[in-house]
Design a binder for this molecule. Structure first.
Ligand code: C5P
Length: 239
């Protein structure tokens, strides 16, 4: 299923490759984040992208605009399909990211990667926002950052499935909403606090779902992914 992106949150290339090989054809792409990237470097990104997998490089860049632009250009050269920055890095940083992706893609004759921004981490709740001095309601905070992301010319946001509605109301239909924090009724929530099931998130208007532990920690990851896909197909099929 095109919309299902599986988070390869493992420590070794061998484990990541084994998961990708098992999930290819069920997953619409693979997310490589800071855990695997820090432990093994960019080789696995290039390897999967080179064999035609869609790779979402989830390194959540958040730095001064010049540094982020350099990192985005490097990610573009790796052949990633999608990458992200933190919206709280501000409009100038986000525009620098978008420009770097476009320019590096043109310079190296590659497709332009989708550049999206994290609004608020899905592990944060209202109390966690208050603790870092953000007193607005979570939904207002997310809505404002999503609008800033769209105004900065980015392709979409990463957000909790609970915020899809507010984002769809403020941003256009073409704006991608990528939602982690996906859990089935019987899954362990772990450190995610704002969760929905996969089919609920798609019905609410998510463009892509990011699922990690419910698939990669399952005894049979392919069967777990197939279950999610059939649950989604059943939910969106016309009755
Ligand atoms: O295992 P789980 O399904 O919770 O994995 C969710 C993935 O999405 C993790 O790789 C996490 O880093 C990522 N993510 C997130 N919340 C965000 C952005 C990314 O959980 N706002």
């Amino acid at each position: 299923m095109d919309q299902l992106l599986v988070a390869l949150d493992v420590d070794t290339v061998a484990d990541a490759r084994a998961l990708a090989d098992r999930l290819r054809g069920v997953a619409g792409g693979f997310k490589i984040g800071s855990r695997l990237f820090t432990s093994e470097g960019p080789g696995i990104v290039e390897e999967l992208a080179g064999r035609g997998d869609r790779v979402f490089l989830d390194l959540k860049f958040h730095d001064i605009p010049t540094t982020v632009a350099g990192a985005v250009a490097a990610a573009t050269r790796l052949g990633v399909w999608m990458l992200n920055v933190h919206a709280s890095g501000g409009g100038t940083m986000m525009r620098a990211a978008r420009d770097a992706a476009q320019q590096e893609a043109a310079r190296t004759s590659r497709p332009v990667p989708l550049v999206i921004a994290v609004t608020m981490l899905t592990s944060l709740d209202q109390q966690a926002l208050t603790d870092i001095g953000l007193t607005e309601a979570m939904s207002a905070q997310v809505g404002r950052l999503a609008a800033l992301t769209e105004a900065s010319g980015l392709d979409g946001v990463v957000a909790s499935p609970h915020e899809i509605d507010i984002i769809r109301r403020r941003c256009g239909r073409q704006f991608a909403i990528v939602t982690p924090g996906i859990r089935g009724a019987s899954d362990v929530k772990g450190d995610q606090s704002r969760t929905l099931t996969a089919s609920e998130a798609l019905s609410a208007g998510a463009t892509y779902l990011v699922v990690g532990r419910p698939i990669i920690a399952a005894k049979d990851p392919r069967a777990a992914a197939e279950r999610i896909v059939s649950e989604c197909r059943a939910a969106i099929a016309p009755s």
